[in-house]
Design a protein around this ligand. Sequence first.
Ligand SMILES: [Ca+2]
Length: 325
Amino acid sequence: MTHQWQRWLGTLVLGWAMGCGGPHAPRVGDNQLVNGSFESKLSGWWVATDSEGGTAQALSSSADEGALGLALFKGTGGWGSMVGQETAPHSAGQTYQLRARLRGQSGGERVSISFHGQGFEVETGPQWQTVEQLVFLPEESKNTTALISVTTDRATVHVDDVFFAPAEVEQGEADKAPENRVHNGSFESGLGMWNFWSSSDGQASTSPDARGSGYAGLVLSLGASGGSSVKQMLAEPVQAGEVYRLEVRVRGARGGEAVSLCLQVNQEPWDGPCLAVPVTDAWGHISGEVTIDEPFQDEPMGVMVSLFSEGSVQVDDVVVVRVQP
Ligand SMILES: [Ca+2]
């Protein structure tokens, strides 16, 4: 016999599990690709290579599931061997999930995956693996191409179950900040728009554990000395004398980690103003103004979050707003 309170508790727990009112994981829609499993051989896909001897074939030995998969071979020279298809256009500010099953013939082959001009690179292993990332498309564009390319010379990669679909993601505080020049500043679309760099064994990934607002935030780590950074180029260039307000939320794994938030040009000598970010093991919110002191005219500028001490920090809600003139 079920008591009333047990039923009530059951309903309550179900409500929490379903995320009633709480932030939700990306809601992924329908595959935009035809024949992503290669069961109809290469139907729907075009093939291109600028390498000598490159090929793309649907083979049973390349199947992860079903009867067929794709064997994509890059020959000698050129940039790569690729398969692609045209898909329905996106609208400004949309997020897509790109997912595929990949297996390298030897392991260590480089694969480039992109959708409408935004994408990422992965290195394969000798076993089947799922690669999955979110990409963010800031503007409308005429680019409607979905692409998978092998870019390692004389290398074969096996591909199956390619799935590219729109994803509805949460809006974090940075996404709601008026005049924010940063796209995906709350890391709701994974590392979409952000480029990662590390001098030694660092990593960048997004996780609900690192949420400052919305559903996800960034985990940035550094193995030893040097630095790890994520950087995004801003859509509009800067001018000498302009003043910008920079904001970020940071929480350290231990506290005391060395973190900076900078505007930075995209070439040596990497000039640009910075804010030091004090870090504790609780969430802190930093907001400060910086002035463009260099004699820049229409200089392309990026925003960068960097970790300079061993360990890891959680980062969320990067905001860049021009306050003067
Ligand atoms: Ca967030």
